[in-house]
Write a protein that binds this ligand. Structure first.
Ligand code: SF4
Length: 535
């Protein structure tokens, strides 16, 4: 990023302070954005200003209560000059689960006619997650703006039935159609309370006291505004082994009905697991949690022969979803160890694939995780050593380990074909091709996903900041300040819809242009096992 910055420069209306304290001159850099925070009441304006960093307080505008004042504010130069408009204040709850002091971040704002007059706010999930991280109770959903005080219980119930969380009298008329918007409201009245003075006044004051807690996140939202380029390297997301494993569980549920038990996570992604759970899959860590005779699926990562033996003793009806490329490595372990070799397995301790693969011949396999292990590993006969590799590692790490092993065991044998699978390699290569152009890389995947973690490391090794996120809610707004080109990929176990949601959320911070960078096209497909195959 090429910006004129300083931590000591005085803050003016033409500058802004980023959350890390850096002061950026807006006039010298068109990529730096200016937010305007609209607060309908003086009490609200004062509360928000009091907690904003120096220099940002002047970007809070008292806009007045109600539709007429809001429409007037939307014609002022300050409103028209801003790069994004945030509406901040208090609101009345419509949904009975909301309590006084709860925070509502609107993902849609409806006009008086209801859902037919909707304005979408795609960055709501990002802001809500950031607010939750500060300890606030935060809800995301529709807010409806009315042009009169909604005091009748019947009116409020009608709006609640339509799905609105809260009601205000300004947001719809303050939000711009052509720039990013944000609506954050603290609940003053709960759904059952009357909205008539003087009782209302005390509740307003109580809610206003909660507003300063929002200020740090409002500042981060302002700093994250701006236009962006998103690079989507391909391939990304599901591989053939993951698609097959998910399909096996779906077919088992369809053909045999719930529950279908799955040993371990079918693939390492919490969204996939949660969705299958909703459909009747039951995930367990060990077989003794499964009733005797029940339908049981083994995950894509594979299991050791000991697990098969235990399943047989419990008479479980097993469907094996082990990826065929993992099965190939199991076969190699048996082949090389049965001819007398020690098998050095390059992988990660505790990973299910390592445990399952090494479990093929526990007495003749030894785990090597890194170069240090490679330098110190002991084998029975240095002339009879083979190495095999976990399918989801990075070639970069493995090459270093193998060269150390070769220097120690000159007759080291390798598998006939690479164990690191096509999907792992393709996703790493595609990401590497965009890393240099990107200010930031976001990798969608769960923290127990080995191939997703390797993608983060791939970007970091190339000098680009990279973060693993389970979904859009994991994005730290602070990462986005100044990040104008963002590469977004997904591990082999992460659904592509999650990438779409991340891109959508960025649309809520400014214009986004999306470029697909397809390095290779994958057309591999694995058939499902006969137990669930249909003719
Ligand atoms: Fe199979 Fe590779 Fe996918 Fe793992 S990442 S499930 S080994 S295709």
């Amino acid at each position: 990023m090429n910006r004129e910055t300083s931590r000591n420069r005085p803050i003016t209306s033409n500058s802004m302070q980023l959350p890390d304290g850096e002061i950026v001159l807006r006039g010298t850099d068109p990529t730096v954005s200016r937010a305007l925070w609209c607060t309908p009441m003086r009490l609200e304006a004062r509360a928000v200003r009091s907690a904003l960093p120096a220099g940002l307080a002047e970007q809070v505008q008292l806009t007045g209560a109600g539709r007429a004042h809001s429409e007037h504010a939307a014609r002022t130069a300050a409103w028209q000059d801003a790069d994004g408009i945030g509406v901040v204040g208090i609101a009345g709850a419509l949904d009975a689960k909301l309590q006084a002091g709860d925070v509502v971040v609107a993902d849609r704002v409806w006009g008086p006619s209801g859902p037919s007059q909707a304005r979408q706010l795609p960055a709501a999930a990002l802001v809500a997650a950031q607010l939750r991280a500060t300890g606030l109770r935060v809800f995301v959903g529709p807010v409806v703006s009315q042009d009169h005080l909604v005091s009748r219980a019947g009116d409020r119930q009608r709006q609640a039935r339509a799905g609105a969380l809260a009601v205000d009298m300004e947001s719809f008329w303050l939000l711009p159609a052509d720039r990013p918007g944000l609506v954050v409201r603290v609940i003053a009245d709960t759904a059952g309370q009357r909205r008539l003075p003087p009782r209302t006044l005390g509740r307003v004051r109580t809610a206003v006291r909660a507003l300063p807690a929002l200020a740090p996140v409002l500042a981060q939202w302002g700093a994250a505004l701006g236009s962006r380029e998103v690079l989507l390297p391909g391939p990304r997301s599901f591989c053939a082994g993951v698609e097959r494993a998910i399909e096996i569980v779906e077919l088992a549920l369809h053909q045999r009905g719930a529950p279908v038990y799955v040993r371990k996570q079918i693939v390492h992604n919490r969204h996939v697991v949660a969705e299958l759970e909703q459909r009747g899959a039951v995930f367990v860590d060990e077989l003794d949690q499964i009733p005797a005779g029940a339908t049981t699926v083994f995950s894509a990562h594979g299991v050791s022969p000991a697990v098969w033996t235990a399943a047989r003793s419990r008479q479980l009806d097993v469907i094996d979803a082990t990826c065929p490329l993992v099965t190939k490595v199991h076969t190699e372990v048996r082949r090389f160890s049965d001819r007398g070799d020690t098998v050095i397995f390059i992988g990660h301790a505790g990973h299910e694939e390592s445990e399952g693969t090494m479990g093929e011949r526990p007495g003749q396999t030894v785990l090597v995780q890194d170069v240090f292990d490679a330098r110190t590993v002991q084998v029975a006969d240095p002339d009879r050593v083979t190495y095999l590799v976990q399918t989801t590692l990075s070639a970069y790490d493995v090459d270093d380990i193998v060269s150390v092993l070769r220097s120690r065991f000159p007759r080291l044998r390798a598998p006939a074909t690479d164990d690191i699978c096509y999907a792992t390699t393709n996703r790493q290569d595609a990401l590497a091709a965009v890393a240099d152009e990107s200010d930031l890389i976001l990798v969608v995947g769960s923290e127990n996903s080995s191939n997703s973690l390797r993608l983060v490391e791939t970007a970091q090794r190339l000098g680009t900041a990279a973060h693993l996120i389970d979904d859009a809610g994991d994005i730290d707004l602070g990462w986005l300040a100044g990040a104008r080109t963002i590469g977004i990929t997904a591990g082999a176990s992460a659904p592509t819809t999650l990438v779409d949601e991340v891109v959508d959320s960025l649309h809520g911070l400014g214009p986004v242009s999306v470029q697909h960078r397809q390095l290779v096209t994958e057309n591999i497909r694995f058939t499902v096992p006969k137990e669930v195959r249909t003719l």
